[in-house]
Design a protein around this ligand. Structure first.
Ligand SMILES: Nc1ncnc2c1ncn2[C@@H]1O[C@H](COP(=O)(O)OP(=O)(O)OP(=O)(O)O)[C@@H](O)[C@H]1O
Ligand SMILES: [Mg+2]
Length: 266
């Protein structure tokens, strides 16, 4: 697998890639995120672990404004997500402005959500053509290169149904990269895969990390978190309980809740 470097946008320097300040999220009366503070630096691999229902996916969805936060501030690359600030007032961005922000953020979910009626190549070409108005020739050239790089150069004409789960997930990663994002969000990208297919997807993610992509990764793969992660946060019940270097948090957790969670999953 060759380097993914050419597809990693260089981040604007001088501020974190993601900054959350007292982020709250409620759904009706259900208070899901209870004041999340964290910073993800450019080129950092930031892992997010925690029990089911603790708010991990919700937090990721707030980062690209698929969910609106209820209080606090969330910044991506120095820009408020979903809002413009004038004085101390916040104004909601127009849908087109939100879409423009979202364009710079790649997201890969547990399920691959590929377009079933399109080949691997067409799946990767689609967003640049539709959203960025790229020519087919340019989009095709990049899609081919990205599929090569995720090890699927010989599968470009296959439809999703003709690919294994691991292959589909690698197409999904190539598809996200085709938009040349400055930030990639992964929400349990390997947990729907058969165990023998997990490694090939983690390898692609490892490559991307080595090339300097800023990544937030919700994962149950503690080995990956320990090896590839620069930071790790343990989230429980909408609170970032403990943050630190993955090795420290995983081998020497300071909080009872972290210890209890890790004793169940390690
Ligand atoms: N659209 C929604 N409306 C109401 N409640 C929601 C909505 N989305 C999420 N929730 C609730 O928010 C809580 C956190 O959900 P979330 O999906 O963020 O958890 P998670 O940590 O990602 O869990 P898992 O590990 O199972 O994926 C859950 O109790 C969930 O039911
Ligand atoms: Mg989730």
């Amino acid at each position: 697998m060759s380097s993914l470097g050419k597809d990693v946008a260089s981040p604007t320097s001088g501020h974190p890639m993601v900054k959350a300040e007292g982020v709250h999220k409620s759904f009706g009366l259900a208070h899901i995120l209870k004041g999340i503070d964290l910073e993800v630096n450019p080129r950092e691999v930031f892992c997010l672990i925690g029990p089911s229902g603790s708010g991990k996916s919700t937090f990721l969805r707030c980062i690209n404004h698929l969910e609106k936060i209820s209080a606090g501030r969330l910044y991506v690359d120095g820009q408020l997500v979903g809002y413009r600030q004038k004085g101390d007032k916040l104004y909601e961005l127009k849908e087109s402005e939100v879409a423009a922000q979202r364009r710079d953020i790649g997201m890969v979910f547990q399920r691959f959500n590929l377009f079933p009626h399109m080949t691997a190549l067409e799946n990767v070409m689609e967003a640049p053509i539709q959203v960025k108005r790229e020519t087919r020739a340019v989009a095709r050239e990049r899609a081919q290169r990205l599929l090569d790089r995720v090890g699927l150069g010989d599968r470009t004409g296959h439809y999703p149904a003709q690919l294994s789960g691991g292959q589909q997930q690698r197409v999904a990663i190539a598809r996200a990269l085709a938009m040349q994002p400055k930030l990639m969000l992964f929400d349990e990208p390997t947990s729907a895969l058969d165990p023998e297919l997990v490694g090939e997807v983690l390898d692609v993610m490892r490559d991307l990390a080595a090339d300097g992509m800023t990544m937030i990764v919700v994962t149950h793969e503690m080995g990956f978190a320990r090896e590839v992660g620069d930071s790790l946060v343990f989230m429980d019940d909408g609170v970032a309980v403990e943050t630190g270097h993955p090795r420290d948090v995983l081998t020497n957790p300071q909080h009872e809740r972290t210890k209890s969670f890790l004793s169940k999953v390690l």
